[in-house]
Design a protein around this ligand. Sequence first.
Ligand code: PEP
Length: 252
Amino acid sequence: MRTKIVAGNWKMNKTLAEAQSLTSEIIGMVADEVKGNVKVVLCTPFPYLHAVNNQLGNNNRIAVGAQNCSEHDWGAYTGETSAAMLAAMNIPYVIIGHSERRQYFGEDGALLAKKVDKALAQGLTPIFCCGEPLEIREKGTHEALVKQQVEESLFHLSAEGLQKVVIAYEPVWAIGTGKTASSQQAQDMHAVIRKHIASKYGAIAENISILYGGSVKSDNAKELFACADVDGGLVGGASLKSREFVEIVKAI
Ligand code: PEP
């Protein structure tokens, strides 16, 4: 049975005090809502990881995650944070390859493959993002591009390694735009990704959680999460408001 995950990506938002209030509210509200095979992940800005992780304590429903990590372990890389540092702080999740990292920081498939390796080597769970820009969707080559993104950054892994990765399909045209993929568009692409993984790795493709991201809100989450191959969501804007985020969690 695949783990269902709702991950909030706070991006570069909130002061420390606001981050702590948001965390407290989510802890309070999620306690009774998360049942069974469901995990909630709060991907906070780097400076707040330690405080939020401490706030969560031994909470076995909610975990903290980083939004990026370096492809290096240690050394003269000013401004960077390594997977080794995150592991030493007991941070269990890390987003890798978010479209904003690809777009604004020039991260490509080969670099992301190295980041995935570093995260796995440190025992972190990478939440690997893929997804097509609008012009590719309009050209009709979106399936080919997403398959290529998955292949470039994940297909060097062993089956054992791949099973530790969570994938997030996030069509770029739906991120922060208020425009959501229809549940059919999401299901179709998730099935394509799973089938592509199965073509190389066989039955383990069935064990991999594939999340949908792109303007997920409380009023569309239920329909998206009901799709057979959608195992939860990566939520940006709507994860910054506790009530809205918890409504999304409830939808799973
Ligand atoms: C994201 O940043 O991963 C995201 C999906 O953002 P939003 O929910 O705001 O579209």
